[in-house]
Design a protein around this ligand. Structure first.
Ligand code: GRG
Length: 292
């Protein structure tokens, strides 16, 4: 995928996130500051990018998936704020800047995360580039992604039971709950916005699930091998915990990551295997494949 194209999408997403984030005169100034600090920080914007590309891949316009994609980025940003709290991962650096609780205090951090999570559903409800039925479907998908079998459940398992998670199958399931669900929601949002239904939509969901799995392995590899400055966040957070990297070793984990990527691409209908989703995935992982 051409760098200019990705930069265009990034610009579109950042402009929209900026417009969706509250200004100081719309809410408590400290809440506005903390939300903007978390949401507009220089993350990779993978989830909204996937939503926009999925819309294009299935014959729609990227713009139809912009607000749903941004809503998913809001949920992701909320999850990062909470993940970094002292009662969770106790991290100090995120996206190259002090974690939200280090900059604003834990009280403001928790409230900013709740506000972002809440606003995400409002953004979807108001996303009138999508028919009402598609918005309703997305609300349900996101609710399932966050809740009892998604981010919250995965995080609790990670915090309280990680050492008891047995074997590769258990770790893949944990990764699905903590990471895969938002990748699936993002691709699904874009695919639905692009008009995908039935087997095509199911193929897109399967692609996203395998991609999320590959991405979490990459995240574990970064935690195990990168410096704090390279990662822009605390590293070594997984030391002593079972992950696919600690279970398999670096080389086998890299091979597993490649296998998951192949599965992701094979999940797409043959006619879609050189479309925007596949090209973006190749570009995203290319540097790490070479380093691997
Ligand atoms: C109520 C939203 C909510 C969450 C509660 C705290 C929590 C439960 C879940 C945390 C889940 C979590 C942080 C999973 C890690 C996922 C992951 C791979 C994060 C890194 O994603 P990148 O690399 O980050 O896309 P950037 O910063 O680039 O956006």
């Amino acid at each position: 995928m051409r760098r200019e194209r990705l930069e265009d999408l990034r610009g579109l997403i950042d402009t929209r996130l900026d417009a969706l984030a509250p200004m100081a005169d719309q809410t408590h100034p400290l809440l506005s500051q903390a939300v903007r600090y978390a949401l507009l920080a220089p993350g990779k914007r993978l989830r909204p990018t996937l939503a926009l590309l999925a819309a294009e891949q299935f014959g729609g316009k990227a713009a139809a998936a912009l607000d749903p994609g941004c809503a998913i980025e809001m949920v992701h940003a909320a999850s990062l704020i909470l993940d970094d709290l002292p009662c969770m991962d106790d991290a100090t650096l995120r996206r190259g800047q002090p974690a939200v609780h280090r900059r604003f205090g834990e009280d403001v951090a928790v409230l900013a995360a709740v506000a972002l999570l809440n606003e995400a559903y409002g953004v979807i409800a108001r996303a009138d580039a999508l028919p009402a039925k598609a918005r309703l479907r997305l609300v349900r998908t996101l609710s399932e992604a966050v809740g009892f079998d998604g981010l919250v459940a995965g995080q609790l398992k990670d915090l309280r039971e990680r050492r008891g998670v047995a074997g590769a199958a258990g770790l893949h399931e944990l990764n699905r709950q903590k990471t895969g669900v938002l990748f699936i929601a993002a691709v699904e949002a874009g695919a639905v916005a692009g008009g995908a239904t039935g087997a095509t939509l199911a193929a897109a969901q399967a692609f996203a699930e395998h991609l999320g799995s590959a991405f979490q392995i990459l995240d574990d590899l970064v935690d195990a091998t990168a410096t704090r400055a390279q990662a822009g966040k605390d590293v070594g957070q997984d030391a002593g915990k079972p992950t696919l990297v600690s279970l398999l070793g670096l080389d086998a984990a890299r091979a597993e990551m490649s296998d998951r990527l192949s599965l992701a691409l094979q999940s797409l209908d043959p006619g879609h295997r050189d479309g925007p989703l596949a090209t973006f995935t190749d570009a995203l992982f290319a540097p790490y494949r070479q380093a691997a």
